[in-house]
Design a protein around this ligand. Structure first.
Ligand code: ADP
Ligand code: ZN
Ligand code: ZN
Length: 741
């Protein structure tokens, strides 16, 4: 029987967002499948063009005589895994919905014409003894930048030039001065050395402890076992997960395979990256969001050519075209930056698992506070679960102490800093130790809460907080419910009911007033806007240039500060009432991670959690460091309200310039939904305005559909896509799908 292939021709033109059908010649019948990359004659002139096969069918779409033949199948050597990425794109399109071109562009590096940049690297010229002398000299002279650079070179004698200027923050003038003194040399071409050569010469590997070794052995024992695909390491901060990752990467490389390491952008700091550099040297490449499209393309090309074995980066590093991918590591698996906000709105965890299936690789997820999705799958046996309960270096996890802020108000203290926290800060300053103050502002969007009893004004239908709008109305962003702003607390009658609105700047001012002897650094959106602002503040604090660091959730991740012995968490419950069913989960994660920042050095650490809601299970479990307890409570809540991962949810996001048109369009979608999908109407929520109802002149609304199976929802999504395509009314509306399972 003759087979036909639906082929996307050119992914650089949005106009060509459609498939063209070609006949598969007899000789290629058994080889062409979804994902294949082929040569086809295209257009009137039958110019030979590259095409991507999205599907293979038995049914021709038009008259047979008008269908051309596929010319050639590009071979594996020419592609080096590109065909598997195309298959991944097809899966993403099917699962999350998007145009074909969007999906293909997400996974394939799109070539853009850029002038290749000359790469420079810096090499150390001194021997061991000379280096020691120089280091001592710089310490004595307090030449911080030179010291930093030489220390780095002492560990890794050759370092890419950009790494020095961008990550070490050493200016090119300093590098030049040191070059003139004969300490180092700048070379035009980086020579990538084989990492195996330099091993053994340095003691860069730690001896894994028993638990770590057991995990590595177990995962390595299942290289050939296709039933074991995904592994979840639940390990407290500092339990040695990163050491386990590195050992696994090493094992993969020894098998002739390559590794992808996904790290949330915010944790992609000098410290983390340097650890990988020290162990694996030049066989690593790093991508981050500041790279231009051209630079990213270059890095992907190096991976394709086999110049590197390890790619480290955020979400998009997942699509590195390695010829023989062995393992995908996903650190801080619970982070929401793994969820793409652009169409296709894929989740990197799911996409990683899919890619691993397609390429027979392994996925290792790691977190101190796993997402409910991952943990429930691990408990169900879908993933293999490992636990690391203790810190690797022997230091104890700080046991957080809860401070009841209602008590503080009753005692007449209206400051955001409680008395116990004030006392603890004073003690640290006297001892010359450092303090981190974390202001939880995540998901903050102007909800109302009672300062006396902690009550938060919630939606009567949805279990989410109502947001205060400028017109003084309270609005639910899930179901559209509205009500006037109350003047008294509905629970206790107090008049002290107000929108939360404290910022990091106010906290900084307050702390500076209370502790005039202390140097205070602040890290938030405002102070990190400049290039590398984030990194600069963190390095300054790590170099002990300040006593106290005040910041938002940005300070929770990444850097290790051995001299920090106190973490104060201000307004711990602020994020509990974000208008999102994941609010408690995110709060628990933040509190646990924040507390984990304390006591990572020799001195024991302490964490204080200030809250107006000390009875909330999320706060109690975070203070008790009881992940399993939290999971149980939270999971039973999700079961009751039917949110993922207890059930699956499809979100349909609509955006349009005309508000009324959008409302009508979304209402019609709901009507169509109810017609084709015979489900309890309670399973369909909305349409309601999104939490930000208008962005750049576009109004935004969403519909949510809950179900027990993801397949059901994919089928619903496919029907909706057809409906949208067939109806002119949707031309002005941008519709995107989101799948949570
Ligand atoms: P995590 O990734 O879980 O936060 P890390 O791998 O960063 O933990 O380990 C925390 C610290 O403990 C690091 O300084 C690391 O070098 C050290 N460490 C990890 N494993 C061991 C070990 N087996 N022996 C000695 N030190 C270790
Ligand atoms: Zn009250
Ligand atoms: Zn509601």
């Amino acid at each position: 029987m003759t087979k036909f292939a639906d082929i996307v021709v050119d992914i650089s033109h949005e106009k060509l967002d459609r498939t063209f059908q070609y006949r598969i010649p007899e000789r290629l019948k058994d080889q062409i499948r979804q994902g294949s990359v082929v040569q086809i004659p295209f257009g009137r002139g039958n110019r030979m063009t590259k095409g991507y096969v999205l599907s293979v069918t038995d049914t021709p779409k038009c008259e047979l005589c008008r269908i051309k033949d596929v010319q050639e199948l590009l071979t594996d050597a020419e592609l080096s895994g590109e065909d598997r990425l195309v298959a991944l794109a097809a899966w993403m399109r099917e699962t999350y919905g998007s145009t074909m071109i969007q999906a293909l562009r997400t996974v394939l590096p799109v070539k853009q014409k850029v002038k290749p940049k000359e790469k420079k690297s810096v090499r150390l010229l001194l021997d061991g003894k000379q280096t020691e002398e120089r280091l001592a000299f710089y310490r004595q002279k307090n030449q911080k930048a030179r010291l930093r650079l030489l220390e780095a070179l002492a560990r890794e004698p050759e370092i890419p030039y950009e790494f020095i200027t961008e990550k070490l923050h050493v200016s090119s003038a300093t590098v030049k001065a040191m070059e003139e003194q004969g300490i180092l040399t700048c070379e035009r071409v980086t020579v990538y050395r084989n990492p195996l050569e330099q091993k053994g010469t340095k003691g860069l590997k730690v001896q894994l402890n028993e638990r770590q070794a057991a995990i590595v052995q177990d995962i390595c024992g299942s290289w050939e076992d296709e039933r074991k695909r995904v592994f979840l390491i639940h390990g407290v901060t500092g339990s040695g997960k990163t050491e386990v990752y590195m050992e696994l990467i090493d094992a993969a490389i020894r098998r002739g395979k390559q590794a992808i390491v996904l790290i949330p952008e915010i944790a992609l700091t000098y410290q983390t990256v340097m650890r990988f550099y020290r162990r694996f040297g030049g066989r690593i490449s790093i991508i981050h969001s500041r790279l231009s499209a051209g630079e990213r393309y270059d890095q992907f090309l190096r991976a394709k050519r086999g110049d590197i074995d390890i790619m480290i980066g955020p979400r998009s590093a997942l699509f590195t075209p390695f010829p023989n991918l062995g393992i995908i590591i996903m650190d801080e698996e619970h982070e929401d930056s793994y969820q793409s906000e652009l169409s296709p709105r894929y989740h990197a965890r799911e996409a990683a698992v899919k890619r691993a299936e397609l390429e027979n690789a392994k996925v290792v997820l790691g977190s101190a506070t796993p997402s409910l999705e991952a943990y429930s799958r691990a408990l169900a046996g879908e993933y293999t679960l490992y636990t690391l309960e203790k810190r690797a270096c022997g230091s104890r996890m700080p046991a957080p102490v809860i401070v009841d802020m209602r008590e503080e108000i009753r005692r007449g203290n209206r400051s955001i800093i409680s008395k116990p926290l004030e006392k603890a800060i004073g003690e640290r300053l006297n001892r010359g130790q450092q303090v981190m103050l974390f202001l939880n502002r995540r998901g903050y969007s102007g909800f109302l809460s009672c300062r006396m009893c902690g009550h938060v004004i919630m939606c009567p239908h949805c279990d989410v907080s109502l947001s205060l709008h400028r017109n003084q109305r309270m609005v639910c962003h899930y179901c559209g419910h509205q009500e006037p702003r109350p003047m008294r607390c509905p629970k206790c009658g107090s008049e002290y009911i107000s929108a939360f609105g404290i910022g990091t700047q106010q906290v900084q001012e307050m702390v500076e007033k209370q502790f005039p002897q202390a140097t205070v650094l602040r890290m938030d959106m405002d102070t990190t806007r400049s290039k590398d602002g984030h990194e600069k503040i963190l390095s300054a604090f790590a170099n002990q240039e300040a006593d106290i660091l005040v910041g938002t959730q940005m300070i929770v991740k990444g850097h290790d500060f051995p001299n920090v012995t106190l973490v104060g968490i201000l307004a711990a419950d602020l994020s509990l009432y974000a208008e999102d069913y994941r609010a408690a989960e995110r709060t628990f994660q933040l509190l646990t991670q924040a507390a984990g920042r304390a006591g990572r050095g020799r001195e024991p650490g302490e964490a204080l959690i200030q809250t107006y809601d000390p009875e909330h299970y999320c706060i109690r479990m975070a203070a008790a460091q009881d992940y399993a307890g939290f999971y149980e409570e939270e999971m039973s809540y999700r079961m009751v309200v039917g949110y993922p991962p207890a059930r699956k949810m499809l979100s349909i996001h609509g955006a349009c310039r005309e508000e009324e048109h959008l409302q009508t369009a979304m209402e019609y979608l709901k009507k169509f939904l109810l017609k084709i999908y015979r489900t309890d109407p309670k399973n369909i929520i909305g349409p309601a305005y999104e939490s930000i109802a208008r962005i750049q002149e576009m109004y935004r609304m969403a519909l949510y559909v809950k179900a027990d199976g993801a397949e059901e929802l994919t089928a619903v999504k496919n029907r909706l896509e057809q409906y949208i395509e067939a109806n002119e009314g949707y031309q002005k509306v941008n519709i995107q799908f989101d799948m949570n399972s």
